[in-house]
Design a protein around this ligand. Sequence first.
Ligand SMILES: Cc1cc2nc3c(=O)[nH]c(=O)nc-3n(C[C@H](O)[C@H](O)[C@H](O)COP(=O)(O)OP(=O)(O)OC[C@H]3O[C@@H](n4cnc5c(N)ncnc54)[C@H](O)[C@@H]3O)c2cc1C
Length: 436
Amino acid sequence: MQFMDVSPWVTQPDDLMPSLKGVGRADVVIIGGGYTGLSAALRLREQGVDVALLEKDYCGMGASGRNAGHLTPTIGKDVFTCIKTFGEERGVALARFGDKAVEFTQDFLRDRDIDCDYAPTGNIIAGVHGDQYPLLEQSAAIARKVGIHMTFLDEAAMRGRGLPASFRFGILETVGGHLHPGKYVAALRRLVIAAGVRVYENSAVQAITEGPALKVCTATGEISAEKVLIATNAYTGPTLGLMQNRLLPVRVSQFMTAPLSERQLAAIGWPNREGIYTAHELLENYRLTADNRLIGGSKWVHYAFGNRLAEGNRPALFRRLAGVFRRRFPELHDLEILGFWGGWIAVTLDFLPLFGVSDQNERIHYSLGYNGHGVAQATMMGAASADAIMGRPWDELAVLQRRLWPLPPEPLRWLAYQALIKPLEWKDALLDRKIG
Ligand SMILES: Cc1cc2nc3c(=O)[nH]c(=O)nc-3n(C[C@H](O)[C@H](O)[C@H](O)COP(=O)(O)OP(=O)(O)OC[C@H]3O[C@@H](n4cnc5c(N)ncnc54)[C@H](O)[C@@H]3O)c2cc1C
């Protein structure tokens, strides 16, 4: 089982930017070079702001260079849980927020002419066993009632679309699709550098100190600034303030196959190439790439005691993922899995993103906690962060305002995570056993 340290999507760029050395100044310092930080940096720079972006490794080394590339409007655990938890009005507002994030990102890709193999296929929340039918059907009825962009696909509709046979029925999210995450983050990085943002790579921020100006310090330098944006998502370390008590870094694994042959493509069908996530409590995700490989994974996730970034090379887990893949795609029994990788998503207690300012003087902004749905959300919320820093907050983000209790300290945090996740794993295992 080949393990990839980062992912098949990104490698260290040839034009790695210098690390921060000495003392400097900027109007705004952004910490983190993923979709959030890069999107914010571009928007600020294009308004004439002097921006410095500090990245611990290289831009795209975090989740933005490791994800599965589903451009999805999914928000929270799912929109139906949002409606149940927060009520119809707020749940629908959250769904609209998710749709807007996808539309914003699609427009962004088009307007900037970003080539990242974007395929606007939509994504399907697919049922693999009859037990999942009532929930999906009811969820689709709610979606229809409140006007969310989703369509129910019964068994006939799924077969009519030529979807692989294991995916029996489902809900199609009609906005979004999938893209090449590495091409996307590399293009963003190039745009940011070309726009004149001072990007420092290999520059891990160790502290932010408050005074008349904010000072952002690395091991070899410091920059003072009027404003700071924390865009470190699951990779947020203990030095970046209260964020650590609001986020759980959870490890998610993925795999990539060899390219499918013409025969294998014909065997599975899937002519429209929709992204697929299963309707399990802990979903499986599948999609095809532009060069006909299959990407899949998720399902079993890990939290490591003390918010550590959990060990990623887990051969036993990879074998289980491979086993599930073989069961879902029996037609592809001879298709080789080339390797596994993973990364960390930032999970919040209510599965909604965190956006705001963390100090009394409203100088330290943050945008993180996308709960594994950040391709669209991080792109849009990076831009919204830039506007908030410029004193122009977006009305749409009001729906994310809430009081979020801090996570309990260890060992309670770890125990609470296990108490939450284990029953979900058991429920999924029971369902999978029924399929045989
Ligand atoms: C395996 C996997 C699959 C996923 N699949 C999907 C999907 O299909 N669809 C979807 O919508 N979302 C998906 N996600 C989630 C999505 O990738 C993230 O939500 C999104 O990339 C977050 O972007 P970001 O810029 O906020 O964070 P990141 O891309 O994680 O960037 C944070 C950056 O901060 C840097 N950093 C951290 N600490 C410091 C410091 N002290 N100083 C300087 N820099 C620092 C890190 O090095 C990192 O580069 C997936 C995530 C993973 C891991």
